[in-house]
Ligand binder design. Structure first.
Ligand code: ATP
Length: 321
């Protein structure tokens, strides 16, 4: 089976590289002589019939931009079977035979339900800064976000060292500590607090006091938002240790910015694979990376399993402390 008309959308939180992925889907489809539609604003666009047929020029001048030119959204109506049925009908009405969804685990879950309930062919791409999609070592945008955090850590280290301060840096990651872990390791943080692993703040405070007595100039703590509030952790450390402590919450800066080389190249590879797969009639798969190579993952496995934080990272963080 070879499809003649497909669509692409981005959904959930935006991530740098989504544009490169959508661009690759569009240009691959056009190269193959297949019609390709863009859906604006995630699942909202499917429900509101906010979609348009794309040409190559629609994806010009976007590979270097963060965000997503298609727009993205969180959409409550998509969580109902009636909403998904309407989305399906809106696709069918235009002769669209398959859909590429670029988004995080929530978006992929919404896509897997659409496929199950309506038979609409779906190929997913993992687009989220959290790097938390099961089956893939990598998600589109995680590299740029980690580099943004590293830049902040480098700057915070300068001022921390000058003043002999403790700095607590809160980064994104409600359920996943990947960003905190890789940026903490590569930024040389003394403590990395992640939702996947319990920690003893009193013991950490005692260690900090001892370290300062031995001449330590400053300490960097990176905390994933899901492991606790940076403000509260900072307040607790200041009260308990009496060390000069400052808190920085990085916030939405982590989502933006021009994508890194890795995010651009990998997103382009994934976009091409997704377009070729959906055109050839494949469905219910997600493309990701494993050991540096593109791999396909069962869509339902991807959304029904929880990715674990690599224990080697957790070990390394303790060894390098
Ligand atoms: P990020 O990881 O960046 O937060 P995400 O894709 O996981 O991205 P969510 O807010 O979880 O972001 O999901 C995006 C959208 O996907 C939701 O607003 C909703 O429309 C749809 N979605 C999420 N979970 C479900 C679900 N269980 N059933 C149907 N649709 C869902």
């Amino acid at each position: 089976m070879s499809l003649k008309s497909i669509a692409v959308m981005t959904s959930g939180g935006d991530s740098p590289g989504m544009n490169a992925a959508a661009r690759a889907v569009v240009r691959t489809a056009l190269f193959e002589g297949v019609k390709v539609w863009g859906i604006n604003n995630g699942y909202h666009g499917l429900l509101d019939e906010d979609m348009f047929e794309m040409q190559s020029k629609n994806v010009s001048d976007i590979i270097q931009r963060g965000g997503t030119f298609l727009g993205t959204a969180r959409c409550k109506r998509w969580e109902t079977p009636e909403g998904r049925r309407l989305g399906y009908e809106n696709l069918k009405k235009r002769g669209i035979e398959g859909l590429v969804v670029i988004g995080g685990d929530g978006s992929l879950r919404g896509a897997s339900l659409l496929s199950k309930e309506t038979g609409m062919p779906i190929v997913g791409l993992p687009g989220t800064i959290d790097n938390d999609v099961w089956g893939s070592d990598y998600t589109i945008g995680c590299d740029t976000a980690a580099n943004t955090i590293i830049d902040a850590i480098n700057k915070l280290r300068d001022t921390a060292s000058a003043h002999r301060r403790v700095i607590v840096l809160e980064v994104m990651g409600h359920h996943s500590g990947w960003l905190a872990m890789v940026s903490g390791i590569s930024g040389g943080a003394e403590y990395i607090l992640v939702p996947e692993e319990p920690y003893d703040l009193d013991a950490i405070c005692n260690d900090m006091s001892e370290a300062y007595k031995k001449g330590k100039r400053y300490i960097m703590v990176v905390v994933a938002e899901g492991a606790g509030s940076g403000q509260e952790i900072g307040k607790y450390i200041a009260e308990k240790t009496q060390l000069d402590t400052r808190v920085s919450v990085l916030g939405h800066i982590q989502r933006g910015g021009s994508p890194s080389v890795i995010d651009r190249v990998r997103a382009s590879q994934l976009g091409e694979k997704a377009a070729l797969a959906i055109i050839s009639g494949l469905s219910d798969i997600v493309f990701g990376f494993s050991k540096g190579r593109v791999v396909s993952i069962d869509l339902h496995d991807a959304v029904n399993n929880k990715k674990k934080l690599d224990p080697e990272y957790m070990h390394l963080a303790k060894v390098l402390f």
